[in-house]
Design a binder for this molecule. Structure first.
Ligand code: TA6
Length: 297
Protein backbone atom coordinates (compact mmCIF):
# COMPACT_ATOMS: atom_id res chain seq x y z
CA UNK A 1 0.00 0.00 0.00
CA UNK A 2 1.45 3.37 -0.99
CA UNK A 3 0.36 6.96 -0.43
CA UNK A 4 0.63 9.68 -3.02
CA UNK A 5 3.10 12.46 -2.28
CA UNK A 6 0.29 14.92 -1.60
CA UNK A 7 -1.49 12.37 0.61
CA UNK A 8 -4.58 12.70 -1.55
CA UNK A 9 -4.79 9.05 -2.52
CA UNK A 10 -3.96 5.49 -1.53
CA UNK A 11 -2.86 2.73 -3.92
CA UNK A 12 -2.67 -1.01 -3.25
CA UNK A 13 -1.08 -3.66 -5.46
CA UNK A 14 -1.24 -7.45 -5.35
CA UNK A 15 1.92 -9.49 -6.03
CA UNK A 16 0.23 -10.58 -9.28
CA UNK A 17 0.03 -6.97 -10.48
CA UNK A 18 -3.59 -5.98 -9.93
CA UNK A 19 -3.95 -2.44 -8.51
CA UNK A 20 -6.63 -0.25 -6.98
CA UNK A 21 -6.35 3.50 -6.33
CA UNK A 22 -8.63 5.44 -4.00
CA UNK A 23 -8.90 9.24 -3.71
CA UNK A 24 -9.43 10.15 -0.05
CA UNK A 25 -11.86 12.80 -1.30
CA UNK A 26 -15.13 10.89 -1.31
CA UNK A 27 -13.21 7.62 -0.72
CA UNK A 28 -13.65 7.47 -4.49
CA UNK A 29 -12.11 4.44 -6.21
CA UNK A 30 -10.59 6.11 -9.28
CA UNK A 31 -8.71 3.17 -10.78
CA UNK A 32 -8.84 -0.64 -10.72
CA UNK A 33 -6.49 -2.53 -13.03
CA UNK A 34 -6.15 -6.26 -13.70
CA UNK A 35 -2.83 -8.10 -13.77
CA UNK A 36 -2.27 -7.01 -17.39
CA UNK A 37 -2.73 -3.35 -16.42
CA UNK A 38 -6.12 -3.07 -18.13
CA UNK A 39 -8.29 -0.40 -16.47
CA UNK A 40 -11.75 -1.65 -15.40
CA UNK A 41 -13.32 1.67 -14.40
CA UNK A 42 -14.14 4.69 -16.56
CA UNK A 43 -12.80 8.04 -15.37
CA UNK A 44 -13.56 11.22 -17.26
CA UNK A 45 -10.47 12.96 -18.62
CA UNK A 46 -11.99 16.14 -17.16
CA UNK A 47 -12.77 14.64 -13.75
CA UNK A 48 -11.84 16.96 -10.89
CA UNK A 49 -9.45 15.07 -8.57
CA UNK A 50 -8.55 18.07 -6.41
CA UNK A 51 -11.58 17.93 -4.13
CA UNK A 52 -13.31 20.82 -5.84
CA UNK A 53 -16.28 18.69 -6.92
CA UNK A 54 -17.37 15.02 -6.89
CA UNK A 55 -15.36 12.80 -9.23
CA UNK A 56 -16.87 12.13 -12.66
CA UNK A 57 -16.15 8.43 -12.88
CA UNK A 58 -14.66 5.61 -10.82
CA UNK A 59 -16.97 4.64 -7.92
CA UNK A 60 -18.47 7.74 -6.26
CA UNK A 61 -20.33 6.95 -3.04
CA UNK A 62 -23.94 8.11 -2.65
CA UNK A 63 -25.13 8.77 0.95
CA UNK A 64 -27.50 9.73 2.62
CA UNK A 65 -29.67 10.53 -0.41
CA UNK A 66 -29.82 9.25 -4.02
CA UNK A 67 -30.49 12.16 -6.33
CA UNK A 68 -32.29 14.92 -4.43
CA UNK A 69 -35.26 14.68 -2.04
CA UNK A 70 -36.80 18.17 -1.97
CA UNK A 71 -39.94 16.94 -0.20
CA UNK A 72 -38.24 14.78 2.42
CA UNK A 73 -38.37 16.21 5.95
CA UNK A 74 -34.69 15.77 6.84
CA UNK A 75 -33.07 15.22 3.42
CA UNK A 76 -34.46 18.22 1.56
CA UNK A 77 -31.35 20.40 2.01
CA UNK A 78 -28.87 17.76 0.83
CA UNK A 79 -26.90 18.26 -2.40
CA UNK A 80 -27.48 15.79 -5.26
CA UNK A 81 -26.35 12.32 -4.11
CA UNK A 82 -25.52 13.59 -0.61
CA UNK A 83 -22.19 14.46 1.00
CA UNK A 84 -20.20 11.21 1.27
CA UNK A 85 -18.68 11.81 -2.17
CA UNK A 86 -17.64 15.40 -1.52
CA UNK A 87 -15.92 15.10 1.83
CA UNK A 88 -12.40 13.91 2.65
CA UNK A 89 -12.41 10.46 4.30
CA UNK A 90 -9.80 9.15 6.71
CA UNK A 91 -7.68 6.13 5.74
CA UNK A 92 -8.14 3.67 8.62
CA UNK A 93 -5.67 1.04 7.48
CA UNK A 94 -5.31 -2.16 5.50
CA UNK A 95 -5.46 -5.84 6.15
CA UNK A 96 -4.34 -8.70 3.96
CA UNK A 97 -5.42 -12.29 4.04
CA UNK A 98 -2.80 -14.90 3.15
CA UNK A 99 -3.96 -17.59 0.77
CA UNK A 100 -5.00 -20.93 2.19
CA UNK A 101 -1.36 -21.98 1.76
CA UNK A 102 -0.63 -19.90 4.80
CA UNK A 103 2.14 -17.48 5.70
CA UNK A 104 4.65 -18.27 2.96
CA UNK A 105 2.17 -17.53 0.16
CA UNK A 106 2.03 -13.98 -1.14
CA UNK A 107 -0.94 -11.88 -0.06
CA UNK A 108 -3.67 -12.64 -2.58
CA UNK A 109 -6.08 -10.07 -1.21
CA UNK A 110 -5.84 -6.60 0.27
CA UNK A 111 -8.58 -4.74 2.14
CA UNK A 112 -8.42 -0.98 2.65
CA UNK A 113 -10.71 0.72 5.19
CA UNK A 114 -11.87 4.34 5.14
CA UNK A 115 -13.96 6.28 7.67
CA UNK A 116 -16.21 9.34 7.65
CA UNK A 117 -18.20 10.58 10.62
CA UNK A 118 -20.66 13.39 11.27
CA UNK A 119 -18.06 15.22 13.37
CA UNK A 120 -15.80 15.38 10.29
CA UNK A 121 -18.57 16.39 7.89
CA UNK A 122 -20.09 19.14 10.05
CA UNK A 123 -23.29 18.33 8.22
CA UNK A 124 -25.71 19.42 10.94
CA UNK A 125 -27.20 22.22 8.84
CA UNK A 126 -27.61 19.83 5.90
CA UNK A 127 -28.68 16.67 7.72
CA UNK A 128 -29.05 16.86 11.51
CA UNK A 129 -27.90 13.41 12.61
CA UNK A 130 -24.81 11.83 14.18
CA UNK A 131 -23.53 8.95 12.06
CA UNK A 132 -20.41 6.97 11.23
CA UNK A 133 -19.45 5.40 7.89
CA UNK A 134 -16.86 2.69 7.34
CA UNK A 135 -16.10 1.95 3.68
CA UNK A 136 -14.00 -1.07 2.76
CA UNK A 137 -12.38 -1.69 -0.63
CA UNK A 138 -11.13 -5.27 -1.09
CA UNK A 139 -8.96 -6.18 -4.08
CA UNK A 140 -8.66 -9.81 -5.11
CA UNK A 141 -7.27 -11.21 -8.35
CA UNK A 142 -10.73 -11.96 -9.74
CA UNK A 143 -12.84 -9.22 -8.18
CA UNK A 144 -13.22 -5.93 -6.35
CA UNK A 145 -15.60 -5.63 -3.41
CA UNK A 146 -16.76 -2.32 -1.95
CA UNK A 147 -18.75 -2.41 1.27
CA UNK A 148 -20.32 0.41 3.29
CA UNK A 149 -21.40 0.21 6.93
CA UNK A 150 -23.62 3.05 8.13
CA UNK A 151 -24.05 3.41 11.90
CA UNK A 152 -26.62 5.63 13.59
CA UNK A 153 -24.66 7.24 16.43
CA UNK A 154 -27.57 9.48 17.35
CA UNK A 155 -30.23 9.06 20.00
CA UNK A 156 -33.01 9.20 17.39
CA UNK A 157 -33.73 7.26 14.20
CA UNK A 158 -32.80 8.53 10.74
CA UNK A 159 -33.66 7.55 7.18
CA UNK A 160 -31.01 7.22 4.50
CA UNK A 161 -30.22 5.86 1.04
CA UNK A 162 -26.97 4.23 -0.06
CA UNK A 163 -25.60 3.62 -3.58
CA UNK A 164 -22.26 2.82 -5.23
CA UNK A 165 -22.22 4.85 -8.43
CA UNK A 166 -19.86 2.59 -10.40
CA UNK A 167 -18.65 3.71 -13.86
CA UNK A 168 -17.58 0.50 -15.63
CA UNK A 169 -15.35 0.76 -18.67
CA UNK A 170 -16.63 -0.95 -21.85
CA UNK A 171 -15.14 -1.13 -25.34
CA UNK A 172 -18.26 -0.12 -27.26
CA UNK A 173 -21.61 0.53 -25.57
CA UNK A 174 -23.43 -0.44 -28.78
CA UNK A 175 -22.06 -3.99 -28.42
CA UNK A 176 -23.13 -4.32 -24.79
CA UNK A 177 -26.08 -6.10 -23.21
CA UNK A 178 -26.90 -6.39 -19.55
CA UNK A 179 -28.23 -9.73 -18.34
CA UNK A 180 -29.84 -10.62 -15.02
CA UNK A 181 -32.55 -7.95 -15.00
CA UNK A 182 -35.17 -9.92 -16.93
CA UNK A 183 -38.53 -9.62 -15.18
CA UNK A 184 -37.35 -6.81 -12.91
CA UNK A 185 -39.56 -3.79 -12.40
CA UNK A 186 -37.89 -0.45 -12.96
CA UNK A 187 -38.48 3.28 -12.80
CA UNK A 188 -37.64 4.87 -16.13
CA UNK A 189 -36.23 8.30 -15.34
CA UNK A 190 -36.11 9.28 -19.00
CA UNK A 191 -39.81 8.53 -19.40
CA UNK A 192 -41.51 10.49 -16.65
CA UNK A 193 -40.30 8.16 -13.89
CA UNK A 194 -42.86 5.66 -15.13
CA UNK A 195 -42.81 2.11 -13.72
CA UNK A 196 -42.05 -0.60 -16.27
CA UNK A 197 -41.09 -4.28 -16.36
CA UNK A 198 -37.89 -5.48 -18.04
CA UNK A 199 -38.25 -8.26 -20.55
CA UNK A 200 -35.00 -9.86 -21.64
CA UNK A 201 -31.59 -8.27 -21.68
CA UNK A 202 -31.00 -4.51 -21.43
CA UNK A 203 -29.34 -2.77 -24.38
CA UNK A 204 -28.27 0.89 -24.43
CA UNK A 205 -29.44 2.78 -27.53
CA UNK A 206 -29.84 6.26 -26.06
CA UNK A 207 -29.87 8.13 -22.73
CA UNK A 208 -30.70 5.47 -20.17
CA UNK A 209 -31.48 6.16 -16.49
CA UNK A 210 -33.35 3.34 -14.75
CA UNK A 211 -33.74 2.24 -11.13
CA UNK A 212 -34.23 -1.54 -11.22
CA UNK A 213 -35.52 -3.78 -8.44
CA UNK A 214 -34.36 -7.26 -9.54
CA UNK A 215 -37.02 -9.80 -8.65
CA UNK A 216 -34.55 -12.36 -7.31
CA UNK A 217 -33.70 -10.11 -4.43
CA UNK A 218 -30.44 -8.41 -3.48
CA UNK A 219 -27.97 -11.04 -4.58
CA UNK A 220 -28.99 -11.97 -8.16
CA UNK A 221 -25.98 -11.35 -10.44
CA UNK A 222 -26.18 -8.64 -13.08
CA UNK A 223 -23.69 -9.13 -15.91
CA UNK A 224 -22.29 -6.91 -18.61
CA UNK A 225 -21.88 -8.95 -21.80
CA UNK A 226 -19.91 -7.47 -24.68
CA UNK A 227 -19.11 -9.17 -27.99
CA UNK A 228 -19.71 -12.61 -26.56
CA UNK A 229 -17.57 -12.10 -23.44
CA UNK A 230 -18.61 -11.20 -19.88
CA UNK A 231 -16.19 -8.52 -18.67
CA UNK A 232 -18.17 -7.85 -15.45
CA UNK A 233 -20.54 -9.71 -13.15
CA UNK A 234 -21.93 -7.63 -10.30
CA UNK A 235 -23.38 -9.26 -7.19
CA UNK A 236 -24.90 -7.36 -4.30
CA UNK A 237 -25.21 -7.87 -0.56
CA UNK A 238 -28.26 -6.21 0.99
CA UNK A 239 -28.60 -3.70 -1.87
CA UNK A 240 -31.99 -4.32 -3.45
CA UNK A 241 -31.68 -1.91 -6.38
CA UNK A 242 -29.49 -1.57 -9.45
CA UNK A 243 -29.37 1.73 -11.32
CA UNK A 244 -28.39 1.53 -15.00
CA UNK A 245 -27.21 4.86 -16.43
CA UNK A 246 -25.66 6.07 -19.61
CA UNK A 247 -25.87 9.81 -20.41
CA UNK A 248 -25.56 9.32 -24.19
CA UNK A 249 -24.72 12.30 -26.42
CA UNK A 250 -26.80 15.23 -25.16
CA UNK A 251 -26.24 14.71 -21.41
CA UNK A 252 -22.54 14.02 -22.06
CA UNK A 253 -22.35 17.34 -23.91
CA UNK A 254 -24.03 19.05 -20.95
CA UNK A 255 -21.57 17.87 -18.29
CA UNK A 256 -18.48 20.12 -18.15
CA UNK A 257 -16.45 17.41 -16.41
CA UNK A 258 -17.45 14.66 -18.88
CA UNK A 259 -14.63 14.15 -21.39
CA UNK A 260 -14.08 13.07 -24.05
CA UNK A 261 -17.64 13.88 -25.16
CA UNK A 262 -17.92 10.56 -27.00
CA UNK A 263 -16.78 8.83 -23.82
CA UNK A 264 -20.35 7.69 -23.26
CA UNK A 265 -19.50 4.94 -25.77
CA UNK A 266 -16.92 3.54 -23.36
CA UNK A 267 -18.77 3.64 -20.06
CA UNK A 268 -21.79 2.09 -18.40
CA UNK A 269 -22.93 2.82 -14.85
CA UNK A 270 -24.14 -0.28 -12.98
CA UNK A 271 -24.97 1.13 -9.56
CA UNK A 272 -25.94 -1.22 -6.71
CA UNK A 273 -27.88 0.62 -4.04
CA UNK A 274 -30.69 0.73 -1.50
CA UNK A 275 -32.56 3.63 -3.06
CA UNK A 276 -36.06 2.36 -3.91
CA UNK A 277 -37.10 3.15 -0.35
CA UNK A 278 -35.60 4.93 2.64
CA UNK A 279 -33.66 2.72 5.05
CA UNK A 280 -34.66 3.57 8.64
CA UNK A 281 -31.84 3.16 11.17
CA UNK A 282 -32.89 3.25 14.82
CA UNK A 283 -30.47 4.83 17.31
CA UNK A 284 -27.42 2.57 17.49
CA UNK A 285 -28.48 0.54 14.42
CA UNK A 286 -26.17 -0.28 11.53
CA UNK A 287 -26.85 -0.89 7.83
CA UNK A 288 -24.37 -2.75 5.63
CA UNK A 289 -24.43 -2.97 1.84
CA UNK A 290 -21.82 -4.28 -0.56
CA UNK A 291 -21.07 -4.98 -4.21
CA UNK A 292 -18.63 -7.43 -5.74
CA UNK A 293 -17.54 -6.89 -9.35
CA UNK A 294 -16.03 -10.07 -10.79
CA UNK A 295 -13.85 -10.02 -13.90
CA UNK A 296 -12.51 -12.91 -15.97
CA UNK A 297 -8.83 -13.41 -15.14
O1 TA6 B 1 -27.25 7.39 -11.20
C1 TA6 B 1 -27.85 8.09 -12.26
C2 TA6 B 1 -27.97 9.56 -11.90
O2 TA6 B 1 -28.85 9.75 -10.83
C3 TA6 B 1 -28.39 10.31 -13.15
O3 TA6 B 1 -29.71 10.77 -13.06
C4 TA6 B 1 -27.36 11.43 -13.25
O4 TA6 B 1 -27.79 12.54 -12.49
C5 TA6 B 1 -26.15 10.74 -12.63
O5 TA6 B 1 -26.68 10.08 -11.50
C6 TA6 B 1 -24.98 11.63 -12.34
O6 TA6 B 1 -25.24 12.49 -11.28
P1 TA6 B 1 -24.10 13.53 -10.87
O7 TA6 B 1 -24.62 14.28 -9.69
O8 TA6 B 1 -22.86 12.72 -10.54
O9 TA6 B 1 -23.86 14.38 -12.09
Amino acid sequence: VTFSDDNSRVTAELPTGETVEILLYGATVISWKDSRGDEKLWLSEAAKLDGSKPVRGGIPLVFPVFGTAPNHASASKLPQHGFARNNRWEFLGKSTSESAAGKQAADLSVKLDFGLSSSAVSNSDLWPFKFNLIYSVTLNRENLTTSLVVTNDDDKPFECQVLMHTYLRVKDITQVKITGLDGASYTDKVDGASTKSQSGDVTITGETDRVYTPKGGPSDPVSVVESGKTPYTVTRDNLSNVVVWNPWTEKAEGMADFAPKDGYKNMLCIEPGAVGAWQTLEAGDAFEGAQTITIPY
